[in-house]
Each structure stands twice: as C-alpha cells, then as structure tokens.
Write a protein that binds this ligand. Structure first.
Ligand code: TYD
Length: 208
C-alpha cells in the first residue's frame, strides 16, 4: 500500500524541466517536506546502467522494440528499488520522467503504438500511476531555441525535429486523455511563473 504522493515531470527535451526540479528541490528543503528526487531512465545502479545503453549515441542499431523494453525494464527496477520504498515511508516522490515518456517517445514518436507500450508497462500503469504529472508544455522548436550546448552524442537528440514534433503531439494527446492526472503548465512563462504554477498544483493535490 503506497502512502506518500508520487509526482512526475514530463515534457519535450529542453522544455525547462531541470530548472523546475532545481527550484522545487530548494523549496522542499526549506519547507521540510520529506521527499526524494529521482529520474528515469535511471535512479539506481542497475537502471542507471540501462540508461547508459539507451542514451549512448553509438547504439545506432538498437531496434525500437528493444528501446521500449529497456525503458520498461529500467522502470521496473527503479519502481521496486527506489520509488516503492520511499512511498511506503510516506515520502513525496518527485520523478523526472516516467511512463508518459514511454507513451510520448516510444508509442507516439517511434510509432510502436499505445497498445504495445501500455502492455509492456502494465505493471507501472496498474500499480504506480502518479498522483500528479506536471507536463511542461513547450514546443520542440521553442525548446531547442533555448537549449544551449546540447550533447551531440545523445542518441535521442540525433533523432531530429520531426521526431520531437511527434513526441510533442504525443504529450498533447496524453494530457487530453488524462486531464485529472496530467496538468499542463505553459512552458513559455518565466521559470518563476512556471514554478508558481507547479507549487499551486502540488498544493491542490495535497502534496505540500
Ligand atoms: P535526459 O538527458 O534525461 O533528457 P531530459 O533532460 O530531457 O529528461 O534523457 C532522457 C531521454 O530519454 C529523453 O530524451 C526522453 C527519453 N525517454 C524515452 O524515450 N522513454 C522513456 O520512457 C523515458 C523515461 C525517457
């Protein structure tokens, strides 16, 4: 039985998630709320190893199915090892990306389809659905304009603008389908403006 609240952050690459997570980290430290920050893919030794395989620019021969299964495998490990114990200890869990990333990137953008991706992530969707998902809504065009010094070896960032546009459309579809859980925040606002929205959403879900 989970007791703490589970919050995830989503959006296109370069949408400003990292800035919001940093602001939230400072805020939570000051307010004394017991919490952990974690990320996907990764968060623990095994899932960080899977992350290295997934994001390694040299792995060009990786199939879409392999990619989707590795994200799901990293998630299974991460949930059991990091997320579940923290929730059971009553902590607020903040996770940088989660299953909606698999829906946006693998189901919509890679074209594997929602049915397949939901099936291989059923363990996560049935047992660990976030209490709140903050979707920072910024188009890839706007995101890339902002993102300086992108890592050229990142396999996913090599995928190009058409791919990221599909990711963005995927997120729009997800936000429309799950309006109770997935809350859009306008990514064009200032970092402070976005953060005010984030705090409001967390309060509405009784996380603070
Ligand atoms: P990262 O460098 O952490 O990107 P960001 O700072 O934008 O979160 O790399 C994570 C990448 O992995 C990102 O491009 C999205 C992708 N991803 C998927 O394709 N599927 C998934 O299920 C997850 C969790 C991430």
């Amino acid at each position: 039985m989970k007791t703490g609240k589970f919050i995830t952050f989503e959006g296109c690459d370069g949408c400003g998630k990292s800035t919001q997570l940093r602001l939230l980290s400072e805020f939570l430290k000051e307010s004394g709320v017991p919490h952990i920050f974690t990320r996907e893919p990764g968060g623990g030794k095994i899932s960080e190893s899977i992350r290295e395989i997934l994001l390694n620019g040299k792995n060009t021969e990786m199939t879409d199915e392999c990619e989707a299964l590795l994200y799901a495998a990293a998630r299974a490990q991460h949930l059991r090892e990091i997320v579940e114990p923290a929730l059971q200890a009553g902590k607020l869990v903040i996770c940088d990306r989660y299953v909606d990333s698999s829906l946006a990137y693998q189901a919509y953008a890679r074209g594997l389809g929602v049915e397949f991706v939901e099936k291989i992530n059923a363990f996560a969707l049935e047992r660990y659905l976030p209490d709140l998902t903050v979707f920072i809504d910024l188009s890839p065009q706007d995101a890339f304009k902002r993102k300086n010094g992108a890592d050229e070896n990142d396999r996913l960032e090599q995928a190009g603008m058409a791919f990221h546009q599909k990711v963005y459309e995927g997120y729009q579809a997800i936000a429309t389908e799950y309006p109770e859980r997935v809350k859009r925040v306008d990514g064009k606002k200032t970092p402070q403006g976005i953060f005010e929205e984030v705090v409001k959403l967390l309060k509405e879900k009784q996380c603070l």
